[in-house]
Write a new protein. Structure first.
Length: 681
């Protein structure tokens, strides 16, 4: 960077704002989840089975893409590029939002993606196709037509994603495109029109990017006035002298959110604000095309409204050039303070609304993720809330942060495409998950403080003072040594699937021993923990007076419960896994409070209370055993029973049986599918 102070450089750029043209590079799109050049090349190389050879040329990337393209069919190559550079509608960044608020006469971009178009569309002023100029249409537009027309003209130098014929990605395309002697080429336009008449403001570019190679070539043969570049401090320190040689004045930033701040200073942009409206169903926030319900409560709605406006306000903390133009009300990043406060207080409903609004701006979500991850806060909960919005872009970002640490090897081959993937990711990579907490996390349902999750291996081993390095969030299982001699049985019963071998009383003694360990462990708090009674468990299961915790619909594979699903027509069972899986995969959304896996995965031990004993035994008098036609044996007060079914419980697509009906254990289970859910009291 030149010796001039940052304030002096900003002041100089501000004086030239009338001739400045934003030139946008790939760096502005990274927060949208798009790959870097290197990441894209690695994926393309794997697809085409071509080894990357860096010949040291600034155009090595274009040479390599040419080789990959030659190995693939055109459609295969085109689909790959579209899939990897696509962005969801209306998703953009604060940098793009600042540019769309500015509405300059011309924006130049090297990017194929639609981040700029999304920003304009989000604010309700979409760029018409006639305003977009790709390389093949350049020759039809004169200098005057570019700069003196109503509305923003968008020049996409390397093409537009939906039109492969406009792409400039291979060496052959690049050489044609930047032929300085061809009057119809972009290179000629850059030389004769753009660099000679306007002052470029480079944003998100680097001297290592192939896009700036043409500028460097042009500078060697011709002269242009000068330009500006908003670049990272690292880039400025490494290549400051080279920028100076090119006639480019650098405006360094230490954090990505300072890019829109620099644009604010240079162009004196007024950040957009949402509007709060009252409707019959409550209050809504409107920001351009975004309309989002906030709350039926005015005070809550106004607080949410203030937080979102604070998050999208790209005013600097302290404005350098125009001190009169300062932030309204709260300080910069106040929204992060509120976010963390709500996170600590468990205000998840408000957080869901907030994240639902902010996911239109992945760079804001990025700030939230960075803060929670780096501060060691409840990253799991934040990612879980993001996952509910199906914002895979934001979820996968945290993998990038971790890939830069010593844990990067653990990430190889890991994808996050489902809620179950997210759970594994949290426990294996981050080492944090609510089902690892001591004491267990609880919810109040049917007046009971019940654990949200089954007791896990990690928790049980913590209680016993034993290390647990694997399968930490798998359910703790009552083991086979619970079963003793057959003649010590306490009951005999039929079940939906399996034999009627009597249960052995060792099960009760093992549960008693576990509860003894739990209640003498200091880290479990000064609270008495126990297992639910049968009646209590049923009251939680039936709290909404529906057949299942999620409603009346029968369970579905990968959606409701980990069971064995049997299709009668195909005569084949389907299951996620032929054993138990991690806890917390299935949230029962029908319940008011968060409870996971009441149905399936592993049976839950419950204790027979007198009310249930009377109910069960009255049914025993009238119900015969399905195999022996003998009546079911009666149970006694205090009998250990099983509830909820397990992974081995079969559900047929035409089966109306209530397999969650509480049953008596059998020897055949051998402790491979029996777990524990604790309650307080």
């Amino acid at each position: 960077m030149e010796s001039d102070s940052l304030e002096t450089v900003l002041h100089s750029a501000n004086k030239e704002k009338g001739s400045l043209v934003p030139v946008i590079g790939a760096g502005t799109s990274l927060n949208l989840g798009l790959p870097t050049w290197n990441e894209l090349i690695i994926k393309l190389s794997n697809l085409a089975k071509v080894s990357m050879i860096d010949d040291g040329s600034p155009l090595a990337i274009f040479n390599h893409i040419q080789k990959c393209k030659d190995q693939l069919k055109n459609e295969q190559f085109n689909v790959f590029i579209r899939d990897n550079l696509s962005i969801e509608d209306l998703k953009t960044t604060l940098t793009h939002l600042a540019l769309s608020t500015l509405e300059p006469n011309l924006i130049v971009t090297f990017n194929l993606d639609y981040a700029i178009e999304n920003a304009f569309a989000l604010l309700g002023k979409p760029i018409h196709p006639d305003q977009v100029i790709c390389n093949d249409r350049l020759k039809y537009y004169s200098n005057d037509k570019y700069y003196n027309t109503k509305g923003t003209r968008l020049l996409k130098i390397h093409g537009s994603l939906n039109y492969p014929s406009t792409w400039v990605l291979t060496r052959k395309q690049y050489d044609q495109h930047y032929n300085l002697d061809n009057k119809n080429s972009v290179g000629y336009w850059l030389k004769e029109t753009f660099l000679s008449n306007f002052t470029p403001l480079f944003i998100g570019t680097s001297l290592n990017d192939p896009e700036l190679y043409s500028i460097r070539r042009f500078r060697e043969q011709h002269s242009f006035n000068h330009g500006y570049a908003i670049i990272s401090e690292r880039e400025a320190n490494q290549n400051g002298e080279m920028y100076k040689d090119l006639g480019i004045i650098t405006i360094p930033f230490s954090k990505p959110d300072q890019i829109p701040e620099a644009l604010f200073e240079i162009f004196e942009i007024v950040p957009p604000k949402g509007r709060l409206g009252k409707f019959e169903t409550g209050y809504e926030m409107q920001l351009g095309r975004i309309s989002h319900k906030l709350s039926s409560n005015k005070e809550e709605a106004e607080e949410l409204f203030s937080i979102v406006n604070n998050a999208i306000d790209f005013h600097p903390t302290k404005v350098k050039l125009n001190p009169k133009s300062q932030r309204d009300g709260y300080h910069k990043n106040w929204f992060l303070d509120k976010f963390n406060s709500w996170l600590s207080n468990g205000n998840y409903d408000s957080l869901r609304i907030l994240i639902g609004l902010l996911t239109y701006f992945p760079d804001i979500i990025d700030k939230i993720l960075r803060k929670t991850f780096l501060d060691g806060n409840d990253t799991y909960r934040v990612l879980e809330l993001i996952h509910e919005t199906e914002d895979v872009v934001s979820i996968n970002k945290i993998k990038r942060y971790i890939s830069q640490t010593e844990m990067h090897g653990k990430l190889l081959g890991m994808t996050i495409n489902s809620y179950r993937d997210l759970m594994s990711f949290q426990a294996q990579i981050l080492g944090q998950h609510p089902a690892m907490e001591i004491p267990p996390r609880t919810s109040t349902v049917a007046d009971l403080k019940i654990s949200q999750f089954l007791l896990t291996n990690y928790q049980a081993n913590r209680i016993k003072g034993v290390n647990c390095n694997s399968k930490r969030i798998y359910p703790y299982l009552i083991t086979s040594n619970s079963f003793v001699k057959k003649d010590d049985c306490i009951a005999k019963s039929e079940d939906i699937r399996g034999d009627d071998t009597p249960v052995r009383n060792g099960l009760k003694s093992q549960v008693s021993k576990l509860l003894e360990d739990v209640n003498k462990t200091d880290s479990m708090g000064k609270i008495r923990w126990r297992i639910p009674t049968a009646t209590e468990w049923l009251s939680v299961m039936k709290v909404n007076k529906t057949r299942w915790p999620w409603g009346d619909d029968d369970p579905k594979l990968n959606e409701h419960a980990h069971l064995t699903y049997y299709n009668i027509e195909k005569k084949e069972p389907k299951s996620i896994k032929n054993s138990c899986i991690e806890v917390g995969v299935f949230r029962h959304s029908g319940l008011d409070k968060e409870i996971f896996d009441l149905i399936g995965n592993v049976y839950e031990v419950v204790e027979a209370d007198q009310k249930f004993v009377d109910y069960y035994n009255s049914k025993s008098d009238s119900k015969s055993d399905s195999k022996s036609d003998s009546k079911r044996q009666k149970i006694q007060y205090g009998t250990i029973l099983l509830a909820g079914g397990s992974w081995s419980t079969s559900f047929q697509d035409s089966d109306n049986s209530d397999f969650y009906e509480i049953t008596v254990p059998k020897q055949s289970r051998e402790g491979k599918n029996i777990g524990v859910r604790l309650i307080q009291g």
